[in-house]
Design a protein around this ligand. Sequence first.
Ligand code: ARG
Length: 320
Amino acid sequence: MTGRSIAYQLLALLSLSGGLAGPALAGAGAGDGSEMIVNGVVVDEGQIPWQVLVTRTWTTDKGETWIGTCGGSLIAPQWVLTAAHCLEEEGVANKAAEMEVGYGSVHRNKLKTVKVEQVIPHADYESKGSDIGLIKLKQPIGILKPIEIAAPEIDATLHAGNSNAAPTYTVSGWGRLLDVGGMDLESQFQQFGAQAAQQIAEAIYSPEQLRKVDLVEFDVKDCSELYQKAGYSGPTGTVDVERNICAEGKTGRADSCQGDSGGPLVAKVQGRYVQIGVVSWGHSCADEVFPGVYTKVSSYTDWINDTMHATAASDASAKQ
Ligand code: ARG
């Protein structure tokens, strides 16, 4: 992505977000903002009730406090599905005490929180790139409706019928609105004043309101080849045609982005929503060439169910 197109996208974003920077940007010819990640639509309260925000707060050896956020989905009253890379570092699972799950609103600052009892990244994440994991909550969230996870048959249903029509999906999250790489947004926008610069950076890096965008499936074999040819390799840089799904903007460029990881990619199947994928990785965001890569939920249905049941069973025996 060129510097010019980044500036262009930022201008588009600013004009959409109510012109934080004021008249200086009026008439900037910002286009329709269709290049923005999560391309535009905010989610209303209650529209995606299974969406959660997974937060990790920890202190480094130097005494600095860091906060990392990911998306996730409630798949049972006491269980959240997310990405393994949100739950571990170098094969070591995060401490449950550092993790928290926010739920019950589309606004970051209105989220209720629940503590975490157990963090379970998939054991094959480091070696095979199974970027999926489970969080067991300390208490069940009774008031929210969990999302159904895709069984292998669902996948077959989605791909049956007219082979020209690729399945369509919706992805949601509180992640970045743009990939601006290592760009220091605040210094970029100092010309509008320090406060505006900070607000702009915040609006782009950690939007307050949940967003969603419609995507269309991108052939997984082509996706795998594309990334391989570009030199991507290793367990977390390989598109596994059996265990990943790729998706791109349905109309124009759109994608999930940093901070959306672990969040749900869903499809409407026979009138109900089913979770098909988990946000995993991609080259930049809403790139012209590279689609987003998702963990294919239906390849892990057994792992998910077995893990939830095994944990429930061991809890029961521990209480005896
Ligand atoms: N790894 C990112 C995260 O931790 C998600 C990136 C998704 N990228 C994409 N182009 N779809 O939040």
